[in-house]
Design a protein around this ligand. Structure first.
Ligand code: SF4
Length: 404
């Protein structure tokens, strides 16, 4: 089995999408709202966002129309996620309007997880208190680092002090379920620099941490710097070391490494929203560039805010494209997503979904993974260990060759 690999982080903002009209009776599990605005573009970011904030009011009006247009009575939403972009650029009134529209249009579980991404450079105590009061119950804070040099390199708009203040304010505003996003593997980053960041994060006692390896996404400012030779990225071997180190340190601090980039203090503080993606639960995505999945079809909205608003305001759904997942694609996606997780593939569930025994179907691959000590087959499941997760891309490739 090849040894080299890229470890990919799950990017909640590549955040999934669909138009769902093909299967009106399907039950929907999640709602994602994309807020594609940022004060400035971070060097590494390829999420769809614009810096023209004057568009926000019209965008919110359009979002409300889209949510109402795609309403379905037969659904049971148990997670709502405001991502971006920078949702914390919205006024409380705008967030409240979106939440009310969702609640008036869909059936929302009374204990629904309602997450909201905040950029530490955009919030104060009052804002967070109001967010809590209107029903947001989980915060995802884009800390990225507690090191100002790292933040400057990444072109973040905030400092380490801003992040510490935002965390303090979040607690004062009575948020308990708080997650931090952290980034590691910057050019010139040493093991001790990352360890310091990680330890600082742990001392702030978050319920959840998402630790993303810096990846060079095509056409970003970072990509340009790498292509022109201005900076040299860390090599794969060192990145692997940092990845292993992250898992080890957080494990020692009592975090559960339940997905490649995700660590939770306990089972109840895992991201319920992202877990639905990893379970291939249907979801609605609202807003420009948002994706949806109805259990059969994946669809994606226009990336361009202009085209998105034009379609909605002309009475059309703002769908740019869609694809029906055939059985092979569904199988591969299920395996791909489940192998990211601690629990891996549920053998019984796989049989009920695809009417075939996973152990029989992939006997050779399972044997090879086990012989190399990259994972383990039990009576109920097949999961990769840390060494296996490091080689996830290679292992998926082998599954893909067999399935497709
Ligand atoms: S704030 Fe977030 S979404 Fe906006 S540019 Fe930076 S990383 Fe991308």
């Amino acid at each position: 089995m090849p040894q080299s690999f890229p470890v990919h982080s799950f990017e909640p903002s590549s955040r999934l999408v669909s138009n769902c009209l093909s299967n009106p009776l399907s039950k929907k599990g999640a709602i994602y709202i994309h807020i594609p605005f940022c004060i400035q573009k971070c060097i590494y970011c390829d999420f769809y966002s614009k810096t023209d904030l004057s568009l926000i009011p019209d965008y919110i009006t359009t979002l409300v129309k889209e949510i109402k247009k795609r309403s379905e009575s037969q659904n049971n939403i148990n997670t709502i996620y405001f991502g971006g972009g920078t949702p914390s650029l919205l006024s409380i009134g705008q967030v409240d309007l979106l939440l009310h529209t969702i609640k008036d249009t869909f059936s929302i579980a009374s204990n629904a997880e309602i997450s909201f991404e905040i950029n530490p450079g955009t919030v104060d105590l009052k804002y967070l208190e109001k967010l809590r009061n209107i029903g947001i119950n989980r915060l995802s804070i884009g800390v990225q680092s507690f090191n100002d040099d790292k933040l400057k390199f990444l072109k973040r708009i905030h400092s380490a002090d801003d992040a510490l203040r935002a965390i303090d304010h979040a607690r004062k505003a009575r948020f308990i379920n708080i997650s931090f996003d952290l980034i590691y593997g910057l050019p010139c980053e040493t093991k001790s620099m990352w360890l310091k960041d990680l330890e600082k994060a742990v001392t702030m006692e978050p319920a959840h941490l998402s630790c993303y390896m810096l990846t060079i996404e095509p056409l970003t400012a970072l990509d340009k710097k790498v292509t022109t030779g201005t900076i040299t990225p860390l090599d794969n071997t060192f990145m692997t070391l940092l990845f292993k180190h992250t898992a080890k340190v957080l494990n020692n601090f009592g975090f559960d490494h339940y997905e490649i980039s995700s660590f939770a203090k306990n089972r109840s503080t895992r991201s319920k929203h992202n877990s639905q993606y990893w379970n291939m639960t249907p979801y609605f995505g609202f807003g420009a560039a948002a994706h949806s999945y109805d259990g059969k079809k994946r669809a994606w909205n226009h990336k361009s805010i202009k085209n998105y608003m034009k379609d909605i305001n002309s009475g059309r759904l703002p769908v740019e494209g869609s694809e029906i997942l055939d059985l092979k694609q569904k199988k591969l996606e299920t395996i791909m997503l489940r192998l990211r997780t601690l629990e891996g593939i549920d053998i019984k569930k796989y049989k009920s979904q695809f009417n075939i025994n996973f152990k029989e179907e992939f006997k050779d691959i399972i044997k090879s993974v086990q012989d190399n000590a990259f994972g383990c087959l039990s009576h109920d499941s097949f999961a990769l260990n840390l060494e296996g997760k490091i080689r996830l891309d290679n292992i998926i490739e082998i599954f893909a060759k067999k399935i497709l």
